[in-house]
Design a protein around this ligand. Structure first.
Ligand SMILES: [Zn+2]
Length: 302
C-alpha cells in the first residue's frame, strides 16, 4: 500500500516536471510581442497571439478559443497598463492556469521593462473616457523599447527553462544586432522626420515621436479614446494652419472620413500607418513594421 502511494506520488512529480525537450508555450496579447518572443525563443518555444495587428488593441473580443490557449500556456506576455483590461481578466479567469496569473512564474507584464510616458498625475479618472488611466501603453512603437521587450523575454524564458539559457541569450543578442543594422538603414528617414509638425489621431504615436523626433502639434482625439468633437476639430484645423503640419498620422481602424475633413480644409495629408505587425499586408515582423512606418512617414513629411 505504501509502495503504491509512493509510486503514485512519484508519477505525479514526474508529470509536473517539464521534459527536457519540451518547448515553452508562450501566448502573447499582441502580434508585436509575439514576433519578438519568437525571435528570442527560436525553436525552444511555441508562440501564439490573441489580438491581430489590424485590430484596435484596446478592444479585442474574448473568444473561447483563447481560453484554451491560455489553459496550457507556460507564459502569458502582455502590454499592460490596462491596454488589455477589457478582455484579459475574463480570459485568465476562464483559463484557470495558476502559472500565468498575477504572481505566477509565467505572468509577464512587459510594461515593467519600459519607461512609461504620460503617467497620470493625481487621481486616475476614467469618467472622461480616457483609455490610458495608468499611462501610455503604446510603447512598442519605439525600437529602443523593442529591445527592452526582447531582453525581458530572454530573462523570463531563461528562468522558466534554464537548460536553454544560452540559446535565449544568443538569439536575443542576434536580434538586437539585426535591429541595430535596420536602424542604420532608416537613418536618412529619421533625418527627414525630425522636427516636422504632424497631427496624430491617438496618443499611440507618442513613443514613435519620442524616437524619431516628429513634432506632434495636435491630437485628433481630445483625450485618448474619445472621438473628436466639432469644436475640437475646429481647434485642430486652426493648429494645422498655424503650424503647417504635414500629415495626420492614424491607425487604419480609426475613422478616415473625419481626418479627410481636416485635410479638405487645410491640405494636410492623411497617413494611415499600421501600429502593429500584421497591420497591413506584407508587414510580418517588428523590424519590417518599424522600417515601413518610418519610410511612409518620411515620404509624407519630406
Ligand atoms: Zn491607446
Amino acid at each position: 500500500m505504501i509502495r503504491r502511494s509512493l509510486m503514485l506520488l512519484l508519477g505525479g512529480v514526474l508529470a509536473l516536471a517539464p521534459r527536457a525537450d519540451a518547448q515553452l508555450k508562450v501566448v502573447t496579447s499582441t502580434t508585436d510581442l509575439y514576433d519578438i518572443a519568437r525571435e528570442v525563443g527560436g525553436n525552444k518555444i511555441t508562440a501564439t497571439h490573441i489580438g491581430e495587428g489590424y485590430q484596435d488593441p484596446h478592444f479585442i473580443e474574448a473568444k473561447p478559443s483563447f481560453v484554451l490557449q491560455l489553459r496550457n500556456a507556460d507564459v502569458w506576455a502582455f502590454v499592460g497598463l490596462d491596454l488589455e483590461i477589457g478582455w484579459m481578466p475574463l480570459l485568465l479567469d476562464g483559463a484557470r492556469n495558476p502559472k500565468i496569473r498575477q504572481g505566477g512564474s509565467g505572468y509577464v507584464d512587459c510594461s515593467t521593462a519600459i519607461k512609461i510616458l504620460d503617467t497620470p498625475q493625481g487621481n486616475v479618472d476614467r469618467s472622461m473616457g480616457d483609455v490610458h488611466p495608468l499611462g501610455n501603453p503604446h510603447y512598442w512603437l519605439d525600437p529602443e523599447n523593442g529591445r527592452r521587450i526582447a531582453r525581458l523575454f530572454k530573462t523570463r524564458f531563461a528562468q522558466l527553462d534554464p537548460a536553454n539559457e544560452d540559446t535565449y541569450d544568443k538569439n536575443e543578442k542576434a536580434y538586437e544586432a539585426r535591429l541595430n543594422a535596420a536602424e542604420k538603414g532608416w537613418a536618412a528617414d529619421l533625418a527627414s522626420i525630425k522636427g516636422k509638425p504632424v497631427v496624430a489621431w491617438h496618443t499611440s504615436w507618442r513613443y514613435f515621436a519620442e524616437y524619431n523626433g516628429m513634432n506632434i502639434v495636435a491630437f485628433m482625439e481630445p483625450k485618448p479614446g474619445v472621438p473628436p468633437s466639432p469644436s475640437h476639430l475646429y481647434e485642430v484645423i486652426q493648429t494645422v494652419k498655424r503650424t503647417g503640419a504635414k500629415a495626420i498620422v492614424m491607425e487604419p481602424f480609426y475613422d478616415r472620413k473625419v481626418a479627410d475633413l481636416v485635410a479638405k480644409q487645410t491640405g494636410i495629408k492623411v497617413l494611415m500607418l499600421p501600429p502593429s505587425v500584421g497591420g497591413v499586408k506584407g508587414i510580418d515582423d517588428y523590424i519590417q513594421l518599424m522600417q515601413y512606418d518610418m519610410a511612409q512617414l518620411a515620404a509624407a513629411v519630406r
